[in-house]
Ligand binder design. Structure first.
Ligand code: IMP
Length: 418
């Protein structure tokens, strides 16, 4: 038995779902432990496209169970829509999807608050899905959790109190409408809701393989990310235990997913950002547009300083490097190997975003390659320059690369035996 975690290690959108899907046949259970409908995980399989926001992408394997842990915030309307879209694509959920009853509920109010925050001076470029405000309410102990939907009178009082606390008006008719909606959502979600910590405990002790699927990325972690330009959950490995209710020892191996270059959506520092034709070209070649919001992603060179920081705090055992094929045709490639500030080479990754915005970047320049990598199945068949690029990243991070993705399809994945 072996349980693994697949974590995004930069600012999200590292194509984690592709890696989860590739490893999915070894997993009996795939578990989401943080985030919510802000996530956008896309899988291409047999020329069909599947988009996931809250449902673990392991649902594509008919025998795999999928768990949404208590660390996730669930938007009932959005997850029900996602379930019905996937059902229309032939996916069955019966006895396969389990949602923790403690998961926080994202309400229409949270979207209102998210939009309000984004219209003001504290804007950070969120997905406007209400994620931050929903987590804030949970932390403030005024939030609504899924199990609250089973207690209508309590729920009604909680809603009234919540709106009052946020000084948002809630007319009587509106309260009645929301309670009616929530009652309808609860009837549909109830069959999936349970204590998933207990379920995972039993499955683990039955010898089942668990796969923890991270959402967003380490540099968006609420504490260790580029605060305040972060999401509101613990995206790093430490979030697995609290977000899924499992002991730390349940994770045997951590795979860190990195893109062959960097991207970021939303505001915040991005030392290797390419505000030039090369950046536009990578954006086009990599179709770098958000799967949740459609926003163009900011693009930059691979940042080994930031990458090494996230490898360290997650305890990455192996790397999966994705979208290598996107770099084909770019004559010279760069990898950031150091940050400088006021003539001093910095140790590690700065905490304050104002310092990160000011760093000068030291680059290692490497030759690119022209070949289309999409059909390559083994490391030895990669162009020499591509192998050198992988070696350089490995050397910087001091972590072996185990998987290289060279295309969207499950089959376009190179396995490197270490
Ligand atoms: P929020 O999670 O919607 O509150 O957004 C906070 C920050 O995280 C913003 O910069 C978003 O663009 C970013 N973010 C949230 N979810 C994702 C994701 O799935 N991929 C990449 N960035 C994300």
């Amino acid at each position: 038995m072996s349980s693994i975690a697949v974590l995004g290690c930069m600012w999200g959108d590292e194509a984690k779902a592709k890696i989860v899907d590739f490893l999915g046949d070894q997993a009996d259970v795939v578990i989401r432990f943080q985030g919510g409908s802000n996530a956008g995980h896309t899988i291409y399989l047999n020329e069909s496209k599947y988009v996931f926001h809250s449902v673990p992408s392991g649902i594509l394997y008919p025998q795999t169970m999928c768990v949404i842990g208590s660390g996730v915030v669930v938007d009932p309307a959005s997850i029900l829509e996602e379930i019905s879209l996937l059902q229309a694509q032939g996916i069955s959920f019966e006895n396969r999807l389990f949602i923790d009853e403690r998961a926080g509920v994202v309400l229409p109010l949270h979207r209102i608050l998210d939009n309000r925050n984004e219209a003001g001076a504290t804007k950070i470029g969120t997905t406007k899905r209400g994620i931050g405000p929903a987590y804030t309410d949970i932390t403030a102990r005024i939030g609504i959790r899924l199990i609250d939907l089973a207690y209508p009178e309590w729920l009604s009082q909680r809603l009234v109190n919540l709106y009052a606390r946020h000084q948002v008006e809630l007319a009587e008719q509106e309260l009645a409408n929301q309670l009616k909606d929530l009652e309808g959502f609860w009837q549909q979600l109830k069959p999936y809701v349970c204590q998933t910590d207990l379920l995972l405990y039993k499955l683990y002790h039955e010898g089942k393989n668990l796969l923890f699927e991270g959402a967003q990325g380490t540099l968006l972690d609420i504490c260790y990310g580029t605060y305040p330009f972060v999401t509101s959950s613990h995206t790093m490995a430490g979030g697995i235990s609290t977000g899924a209710g499992v002991p730390l020892r349940f994770t045997d191996k951590i795979i860190g997913v990195y893109k062959a270059y960097c991207t970021r959506v939303g505001d915040g520092p991005f030392p290797t950002e390419l505000l030039c034709e090369t950046g536009n070209r990578i954006r086009q070649q990599g179709n770098e547009y958000g799967s949740t919001t459609g926003r163009p992603r900011r693009v930059g060179w691979f940042d080994a300083v930031a990458a090494k920081y996230s490898a360290r705090i997650n305890g990455i055992d192996r790397m999966a490097l994705t979208l290598l094929d996107v770099l084909s045709g770019i004559e010279k490639l760069k990898i950031c190997t150091g940050y400088w500030h006021q003539g001093v080479r910095l140790e590690g990754f700065p905490t304050h975003h104002l310092l990160l915005e000011e760093v000068q970047v030291e680059y290692l320049e490497l030759d690119g390659w022209d070949n289309d990598l999409g059909g390559i199945k083994t490391l030895s068949k990669l162009p020499k320059a591509a192998k050198e690029y992988l070696d350089a990243i490995q050397d910087c991070l001091e972590v072996p690369i185990e998987l290289v993705s060279v295309g969207k399809e499950r089959s376009q994945t190179i396995v490197i035996k270490n």
